[in-house]
Design a protein around this ligand. Sequence first.
Ligand SMILES: [Zn+2]
Length: 241
Amino acid sequence: LPAAAATPDINELIALLPRREGAEFLADCSVTEMTVGSEVHRPGDRLDSVLFPLTGYLSLVSRRPDTPGIEVGMVGSEGMLGVHVGLGLSAVPLLVLVQGAGTALTLSAAAFRKRLAASAALQRILDRYVGSLLSQFATSAVCLRFHKIVPRLARWLLMSQDRARSAVFPATHQFLSYMLGVRRAGVTEAAGTLQQLGAIHYQRGVVTVLDRSLLEGAACSCYRVERAAHQEAMAPAQRAR
Ligand SMILES: [Zn+2]
């Protein structure tokens, strides 16, 4: 694995650490490649390592034996997978899938715990991020119950674009139906609506955002609410320069 320090991509949580501490933290990490659709974590499994996405992003899916999975959160370079480890837990009660291919920094849960115990700055950053994640889950509950499929799809596409850091990103029909909790026909119809609007182009499992402001106009309020909640949660953690 290449040394983490060699990569120019950043994870925003690690970037909040004081410079020297950030460099030491990176020295503990290695870079891992994430492949679309792969399962990074299954509910009940032990979490042996934590992930700080760089260019890739993850989908957090809640699933019960008697229900299909439904996406309750998304994690890209603004966050991490494994806050549970920091809270003293060894498992995440979620299915975690790679939604966007790319890279992530990884380190063992043991190394992460050690760093966390020794760093007040890292503890503060993690606390704030847990707050942001709680907002994200709460927003998802409202969105899934009360918002219609087209505004939800628009929100989901904006969240994906932010994490892909590109106007072009993958989103297969199957994946979308899974993530939005609707049948594939429902996805086709909703994507068609956004396409007619001129907001996106969607073909062969690839989304191209043509007009971001149109997409923002079509999205439910959850997108803005959640972005603001994340910024507010993380603001006091900003690195003192
Ligand atoms: Zn919503």
